[in-house]
Write a protein that binds this ligand. Structure first.
Ligand SMILES: [Zn+2]
Length: 459
C-alpha cells in the first residue's frame, strides 16, 4: 500500500504495548513506507520530517485493535431483531445468512467494515461466514483493513444450515481457498482453514484442514463448545472432552485458534497450554447470551498458563457491538464481578488481549500489536479532549473503564489514514445505511424470519 510518511508529534501519551510496556508521555511516532520507523519522546524526534504531521497534543495513541472472532457478513441487516428471551437464535442466523445474495452480502459486509474501522479495529478474523468473498474483496480493499478469511466447511449433520460437502471435497475447497486468497491486498488478507466445529466436522475433515494450514504456513480456527453438556456429548461420542478429542486427532498447535472456549476444565486448560494453542474469547457474547462466566469463564487461568487470547466481538447479533474498547471493558469488569475479586483481568491485560496478545493469537505478532520500530504502522488515536477522558492521570484505566470507540479520532493501517477526524472516506454512510435497512426488510420478508419489533407498542 503506497502511503506517504507520517509523523504523530508530541502525543499526550503513546501506549506502546512494547516489550517493556512503555507509556511515553509527550511521545512521537514516525511512519515511513507503511512501517513504524521511530518511536520516542517528542524531543528525540525533533529532527523528524514527514509528508504529514499530526499534532498529537490531544491524542492518546495505541496500537490498532485485533478482533479475533468477528462474523461480518450478514447480521447488520437484521441486527437487533431477536428478542432477549430467545436463548439461541443460531438456527435463524444461519438461515438468514444462507438466504443472502451476493449484492446483499457486499453491502452488509461494507457496513460492518465501517463500524469496525471507526472503532479502531485494524485486523479481524471472520470465521468463515462470508459466502461471496470475491464480491467483498473491493470492500476489504477500500476499507484498508486486514482480514483473516476462510471458507466455512462441514461434512456432518448440524442443528443449523451450514455449507456441507463430502470430506474430500471440503478439504480440497479449503486448500483451494487458502491458495487463492492468502497474501492478497499486499498481504492484508490472510487465508485460514475454517472447518466450522468439531460437532459438524469429521476428524478426517479437521485433520485435512490442519494439513492445509500447516502446508501453507497459515492457521485454522474452530468454534469450540465446552461445558458440562458439551463435555458429556463429546465423551459419549469420542471418549474424550472436546479439547482432549482435538488433541487426540492431532489438530491442536500454535497455528490453531479455538473460539469461545467456555466451560473448560483443568485438563482442557492444560491441554491448550501444552499444545500452545490460541484462544479467541467474546466476553460480551458470553454475557449477553447468559453463558455463565462465573462458572464457565476461564480467561484468568488460560492467561496464567501463558495462552495467547484474542478478544472478539463475534457478531452484530451476539455482542451486538463491534467496539473493541467495549469488549476490553467487558473482559476487565466481567471477571472482577464473576470472581468477586478486583485483581482479575487488569485494564492492562485487557488492552494486551486487544492488541499484542491478540495479534500473537492470530499468528501476526511479528508485524502487528504494538507501537515498535519495524512493525506495521497500525495505530489508533483517541481524542482526549472529551469529557469521558477527564481527568487524565492513568491513560489505560481511562481507556478501558471510561472511554469507548466513539472517542477514536484517527485510525491508521499500513501507514495509511483510514479514519480521519472521525470520518472514514471509503463509503457514503447515509446511502449505505439506507441500503442495509432495505436489505434487512427484504431478508425478513423473503425468509419469514421476523419478530415483533418491540415488547412495547410502536405507534
Ligand atoms: Zn462464531
Amino acid at each position: 500500500m503506497a502511503s506517504g510518511s507520517l509523523l504523530i508529534d508530541n502525543a499526550r501519551y503513546v501506549i506502546t504495548v512494547d516489550a517493556q510496556r512503555r507509556i511515553i508521555r509527550g511521545g512521537s511516532v514516525l511512519v515511513e513506507g507503511g512501517r513504524i520507523r521511530r518511536v520516542g519522546k517528542a524531543a528525540e524526534l525533533a529532527d523528524a520530517r514527514a509528508d504529514r504531521v499530526i499534532d498529537g497534543r490531544n491524542f492518546v495513541v495505541t496500537p490498532g485493535f485485533v478482533n479475533g472472532h468477528m462474523h461480518i457478513s450478514y447480521a447488520h441487516a437484521v441486527r437487533g431483531i431477536f428478542p432477549d428471551e430467545m436463548a439461541s437464535p443460531l438456527l435463524h442466523v444461519f438461515n438468514l445468512q444462507m438466504a443472502m445474495t451476493e449484492e446483499e452480502e457486499y453491502h452488509t459486509s461494507l457496513l460492518c467494515l465501517v463500524e469496525l474501522v471507526r472503532n479502531g479495529t485494524v485486523c479481524f478474523l471472520d470465521p468463515g461466514s462470508t459466502k461471496f468473498p470475491d464480491a467483498c474483496l473491493q470492500a476489504y480493499a477500500d476499507a484498508g483493513i486486514r482480514v483473516v478469511l476462510g471458507e466455512c466447511v462441514s461434512d456432518q449433520d448440524a442443528p443449523f444450515t451450514l455449507p456441507r460437502y463430502d470430506t474430500v471435497e471440503a478439504v480440497a475447497r479449503t486448500g483451494r481457498f487458502v491458495k487463492a486468497w492468502n497474501g492478497r491486498l499486499d498481504g492484508r488478507i490472510v487465508a485460514w482453514a475454517m472447518p466450522f466445529s468439531p460437532e459438524s466436522c469429521s476428524a478426517a475433515l479437521i485433520q485435512g484442514s490442519k494439513r492445509v494450514a500447516d502446508e501453507h504456513g497459515t492457521g485454522l480456527t474452530l468454534h469450540h463448545g465446552s461445558g458440562a453438556a458439551a463435555r458429556a456429548a463429546s465423551v459419549a461420542r469420542h471418549g474424550h472432552s472436546p479439547t482432549a478429542y482435538l488433541e487426540s486427532i492431532g489438530v491442536l498447535g500454535d497455528n490453531v485458534l479455538l473460539a469461545h472456549c467456555l466451560g473448560l476444565d483443568e485438563a482442557e486448560i492444560d491441554c491448550i497450554a501444552r499444545t500452545r494453542t490460541a484462544v479467541a474469547m467474546c466476553p460480551s457474547t458470553a454475557a449477553k447470551g447468559g453463558r455463565g462466566v462465573p462458572e464457565h469463564g476461564k480467561m484468568p487461568e488460560l492467561l496464567q498458563r501463558g495462552v495467547r487470547i484474542a478478544l472478539g466481538c463475534d457478531s452484530p447479533n451476539n455482542s451486538n457491538y463491534l467496539d473493541m474498547v467495549r469488549a476490553m471493558n467487558m473482559a476487565a469488569v466481567q471477571y472482577k464481578d464473576a470472581r468477586q475479586d478486583t485483581r482479575m483481568i487488569p485494564a492492562e491485560t485487557a488492552l494486551e488481549m486487544a492488541t499484542r496478545t491478540g495479534a500473537e493469537a492470530l499468528g501476526l505478532g511479528a508485524d502487528l500489536g504494538s507501537v515498535e520500530v519495524g512493525k506495521k504502522a497500525d495505530l489508533v488515536l483517541f481524542d482526549v479532549a472529551r469529557p469521558e477522558w477527564q481527568a487524565l492521570f492513568n491513560p489505560i484505566n481511562n481507556l478501558v473503564y471510561n472511554a469507548d470507540g466513539r472517542s477514536i479520532h484517527t485510525v491508521i493501517v499500513d501507514g495509511r489514514v483510514v479514519v480521519d477526524a472521525y470520518r472514514q472516506t471509503f463509503v457514503d454512510e447515509a446511502v449505505l445505511f439506507e441500503r442495509v435497512q432495505e436489505i434487512g426488510e427484504r431478508l425478513q420478508a423473503r425468509t419469514g424470519i421476523s419478530f415483533p419489533r418491540s415488547r412495547w407498542p410502536i405507534v
